[in-house]
Ligand binder design. Structure first.
Ligand SMILES: Cc1cc2nc3c(=O)[nH]c(=O)nc-3n(C[C@H](O)[C@H](O)[C@H](O)COP(=O)(O)OP(=O)(O)OC[C@H]3O[C@@H](n4cnc5c(N)ncnc54)[C@H](O)[C@@H]3O)c2cc1C
Ligand code: FES
Length: 476
C-alpha cells in the first residue's frame, strides 16, 4: 500500500482522492461512517474570508506565511468549485459574496486595515459601508465570488472515486495505533495495515507527539436552520466580535433555509448549552422575521495559538507520518488545502510555500506566546477548581431523567447520567486524556472536558479527541 489515510472528514477524503488521482494505492480508514464528524455538522461557507485574520497574520507572522495562508485558502475555494463543476456534483452549490462586518464604530479601522492587507495579498476584497444585512453595521469587508455548498453531498460523491485498482475505504474501522517506519504500520481492531505513508486526518491527531493539546484550543458553537417569513439576505455574513454571529442561506430541496450560527464558547466551559440554543434563536429573531426553527446542531473546532493550522510531519522524529489539525473554524478551505498538502507529502512533492506556512514545528513565541500562557493557565484553573469541588463537595445522585451530574462517591468523582427511560449510567468522571473532570453538556447530552475539549457519550464512549480511551464504566 502506498498511503493510508486516517479519518473520513473533509481533510481525509480530499487527501485520499488526491492520492488516488496521483496513481497511488490508498486506503482510507474511518472509525464510524465517513463525513459524519465535524465536517457533517458545519455551516459550510467556503471562503478565504476568515473573520479579520489577514492583518493579524501579517503582524504576527510576516508576509510570507500570510501569503501562504491566503494562497492555500483561495486555492481551496477554487478546488471545490472546480470539482463540483467537472464532476457535476449535485451539492446545493452556489456563489455569493462573503462579508465580515462590525457593529462598533471603534472597530471600523480594523475592517479598513483588513481590506487593505487582503488587497495587497491579491484577495478579492472591498470595503462596504452598508452590507445588505438587517440592523446597523459599522462597515464590512466583502470577498466576491465565494462559495456555499452541502459538504456531505460533495464529499460522499468525491469519496466514490477512492475504491478500485488497489484502493479502499473501510468504515467502522478505528485506527488504534501508528508505528512510523518503512513501511509504517497502523493498528486496527481487524488487523494491521502497512503503508509507505500515513496521513492522520482525525480532526485531533490520534497520537500527539508534538503536544498539540497544549498548542490549540477547542471551541463549540451552535447552528440553527431557520425558515424566514422574508427573503434571506443576499450573501454570507460573519460578525466579528468576541462571540461571532454567522448567517448564510441554504437553498435545499425543502426551499431556502437560513443557517444562523454562533454562541461560541470553550468546550466544557460556560454553563448550559441548551441556553446557548435559546440565545441563538433570540439573536436570529432580533435580526429576522423567523417563521420556524427547523433544525439545530452543534460541533467544535480547534484554533491554534498563532491562528495558522498545523499540517506536516506529525512530530519531531517522524519520517513518514503526517497530520493536519487546528482549522480555527474555517476547515472547509483550511481542511481542503490541508488534504491537498497531505497528499503532496505522500507523493514527496509538497508545495514549498504551503509546507512552510503550515509547518507544525514552526517556533514563533511572539505570535503564540501570550495566547499559550492564557489558555494553559485556564486549563490549570479548571483542573484545580473541579477536583476541589468534586472531592470536597456534597452533591448527591438524584439526577433527573435526561440530565447528568458529577458526584462524589467514597471521595471519587463519578459522572452520573440518567436517560429518558430512567436508567442510570455511571462512569468515572476523570477524563482519560489528562485527568481533568468532565462536565455535563445538557444540549448534546454528553460529557465534555473543560481542559482540552475531549467529549464522551452518556455511556463514556469517546466522541471527540484528544482522548482516545472511553471513560471507564466505574472507578478503576
Ligand atoms: C459550528 C461550526 C461551524 C463551522 N462552519 C464552518 C464554515 O462555515 N466554513 C468553514 O470553512 N469551516 C467551518 N467550520 C470548521 C469545519 O467544519 C472544520 O474545521 C472541519 O470540518 C474539520 O474537518 P476534519 O476533516 O478535520 O474533521 P472531521 O470532519 O471531524 O473528520 C475527522 C474524521 O476522523 C474520524 N476519526 C477520528 N478518530 C479516528 C480513528 N482513530 N480512526 C479512524 N477515524 C477516526 C472521525 O470519525 C471523523 O469522521 C465550522 C466549525 C464549527 C464548529
Ligand atoms: S481533554 Fe485533556 S484532560 Fe480532558
Amino acid at each position: 500500500m502506498d498511503t493510508v489515510v486516517l479519518g473520513g472528514g473533509i481533510t481525509g477524503v480530499t487527501a485520499a482522492v488526491h492520492c488516488k488521482e496521483a496513481g497511488q494505492d490508498v486506503v482510507l480508514l474511518e472509525k464510524g461512517r465517513i463525513v459524519e464528524g465535524v465536517t457533517g455538522k458545519t455551516t459550510a461557507k467556503v471562503t478565504s474570508l476568515h473573520s479579520l485574520i489577514y492583518h493579524q497574520l501579517l503582524e504576527k507572522h510576516g508576509r510570507e506565511r500570510t501569503l501562504g495562508y491566503a494562497e492555500a485558502n483561495s486555492a481551496a475555494v477554487e478546488e471545490i468549485a472546480d470539482r463540483v463543476e467537472s464532476h457535476d456534483i449535485d451539492c446545493d452549490f452556489g456563489r455569493l459574496p462573503a462579508y465580515t462586518y462590525v457593529t462598533d464604530e471603534n472597530e471600523r479601522s480594523r475592517v479598513e486595515r483588513e481590506v487593505s492587507v487582503a488587497q495587497s495579498l491579491g484577495l478579492p476584497a472591498t470595503f462596504v459601508e452598508d452590507p445588505p444585512f438587517p440592523g446597523r453595521t459599522a462597515g464590512a469587508v466583502r470577498f466576491d465570488e465565494q462559495v456555499h455548498f452541502h459538504p456531505r453531498k460533495y464529499l460522499l460523491d468525491l469519496a466514490e472515486e477512492i475504491p478500485g485498482e488497489g484502493s479502499h475505504v473501510f468504515e467502522n474501522t478505528e485506527a488504534t495505533g501508528i508505528e512510523d517506519g518503512s513501511p509504517c504500520e497502523v493498528e486496527t481492531p481487524h488487523g494491521t495495515v502497512t503503508a509507505d505513508t500515513v496521513l492522520v486526518a482525525t480532526h485531533f491527531p490520534i497520537e500527539d507527539p508534538a503536544a498539540y493539546f497544549a498548542r490549540q484550543f477547542p471551541h463549540r458553537s451552535y447552528i440553527l436552520g431557520v425558515r424566514l417569513a422574508e427573503e434571506p439576505p443576499e450573501g454570507m455574513f460573519y460578525r466579528e466580535a468576541q462571540s461571532y454571529f454567522s448567517v448564510r442561506p441554504y437553498p435545499g430541496a425543502e426551499g431556502t433555509l437560513t443557517l444562523v450560527g454562533g454562541q461560541s464558547h470553550k468546550t466544557g466551559q460556560g454553563g448550559s448549552t441548551t441556553e446557548r440554543y435559546r440565545n441563538l434563536e433570540r439573536q436570529a429573531r432580533e435580526h429576522f422575521d423567523v417563521e420556524s426553527v427547523e433544525y439545530r446542531w452543534s460541533t467544535q473546532d480547534f484554533s491554534t495559538a498563532d491562528e495558522i493550522p498545523y499540517v506536516g510531519q506529525l512530530g519531531p522524529g517522524y519520517e513518514n507520518v503526517y497530520g493536519a489539525t487546528g482549522y480555527g473554524g474555517w476547515g472547509m478551505t483550511n481542511g481542503t488545502a490541508a488534504g491537498m498538502l497531505l497528499a503532496q507529502f505522500a507523493r514527496g512533492d509538497p508545495n514549498r510555500l504551503w509546507a512552510h506556512t503550515f509547518d507544525p514545528e514552526r517556533i514563533d513565541p511572539g505570535a503564540a506566546g501570550k495566547k499559550l500562557l492564557t489558555e494553559n493557565a485556564n486549563v490549570g484553573k479548571e483542573f484545580t477548581r473541579d477536583w476541589a469541588e468534586a472531592l470536597l463537595g456534597t452533591a448527591d445522585e438524584t439526577v433527573p431523567p435526561g440530565e447528568g451530574e458529577v458526584v462524589r462517591r467514597d471521595g471519587k468523582p463519578l459522572a452520573v447520567a440518567r436517560d429518558e427511560e430512567g436508567d442510570l449510567h455511571v462512569r468515572s468522571a476523570v477524563c482519560t486524556h489528562m485527568g481533568c473532570l468532565v462536565h455535563w453538556n445538557d444540549g448534546e447530552r454528553s460529557w465534555d472536558c473543560p481542559c482540552h475539549g475531549s467529549r464522551f457519550s452518556m455511556d463514556g464512549e469517546v466522541l471527540d479527541g484528544p482522548a482516545v480511551e472511553d471513560l471507564p464504566s466505574r472507578w478503576e
